[in-house]
Write a protein that binds this ligand. Structure first.
Ligand SMILES: NC(=O)c1ccc[n+]([C@@H]2O[C@H](COP(=O)([O-])OP(=O)(O)OC[C@H]3O[C@@H](n4cnc5c(N)ncnc54)[C@H](OP(=O)(O)O)[C@@H]3O)[C@@H](O)[C@H]2O)c1
Length: 250
């Protein structure tokens, strides 16, 4: 693969949320493209099952609850140096605006934004990020196109997008890039959670709005691989919307 820039040979990539959905598939695709991967999440059984699907050698699992500052610090200390970070960990907890409380606000912002900032900052401060490395942050089309009940999710993703652009600006001199990927609905356990609160009819109506249908984890994972690879060396501070054409109709 060395005669193409579309590869991850020789790179080590940390993937949060690697036990499930988009993070799981990103780990599999990164390994298939030649990377050593460091998988992190809380569920060891799920991480072990992802680990077994990885091509190549040298992969690693580091358990970490990103809500726990000590565990995040141990994660950073256990890493020697990396060429890519993919922030996939997150949650979706829908509430109408009138039901929000400080606790509910904190829950989503802590999981989807503070952990992203804290891990990024700790890795950079500890000088664990190699020159020409790439950050990829999982945002969502909700960051720019909110949906009812999704105020805190949308706010957390809009915050991630703003943070990503600043990382891109501050680290460009070291050739370090930062980009977001913003999918619409992707078939993962998070998708199943989201649809469990909808009637079959409203779900079918929503899915019918996607000209190319809803997405699959591999659709997103392959774009993430591109953004980690030398093939995207001139791309930073962007937000790649992946929506199967959904927003064309808006
Ligand atoms: N699926 C979609 O339709 C969709 C659309 C747009 C954007 N996204 C974004 O894409 C990302 C991945 O979503 P997904 O659908 O793949 O979700 P998922 O299948 O529910 O996976 C979420 C992952 O986050 C990890 N996680 C959650 N809280 C954590 C914590 N405190 N510490 C460490 N790990 C934690 C979970 O691991 P453990 O439980 O093992 O800790 C799991 O691996 C999210 O940021 C999501 O907002 C998803």
């Amino acid at each position: 693969m060395s005669n193409t820039a579309f590869h991850l040979t020789g790179k080590t990539v940390l993937i949060t949320g690697a036990s499930s959905g988009i993070g799981r598939q990103t780990a599999i695709e990164c390994a298939a493209m030649g990377a050593k991967t460091i998988l992190t999440a809380r569920n060891i059984e799920k991480l072990n099952s992802v680990f077994k699907e990885l091509a190549g050698e040298g992969h690693e699992i580091i358990l970490c609850d990103l809500l726990n500052a000590n565990q995040t610090s141990s994660l950073v200390n256990s890493i020697s140096s990396i060429d890519g970070v993919v922030h996939c960990a997150g949650l979706v907890k829908p509430f109408p605006v009138s039901f929000l409380s400080r606790e509910k606000i904190d829950e989503t912002l802590h999981s989807n934004f503070y952990t992203v900032v804290e891990l990024t900052t700790a890795l950079l401060k500890a000088k664990k990020i190699n020159r020409e490395a790439a950050f990829v942050f999982l945002s969502s089309i909700s960051g720019q196109h909110p949906h009812k009940g999704g105020s805190m999710y949308a706010a957390s993703k809009a915050a991630v997008e703003a943070f990503c652009k600043t990382v891109a600006l501050e680290y460009a001199a070291k050739g370090i890039r930062a980009n977001c990927v913003s999918p619409a609905m992707v078939k993962t356990p998070m998708f199943d959670d989201a649809v469990s609160g909808m009637s079959t009819q409203s779900m079918e109506e929503h899915v019918a709005k996607y000209p190319l249908g809803v997405g699959y984890p591999e659709d997103v994972a392959r774009a993430v691989v591109f953004l980690l690879s030398p093939a995207s060396r001139w791309i930073t501070g962007t937000n790649l919307v992946m929506d199967g054409g959904l927003l064309l109709a808006y």
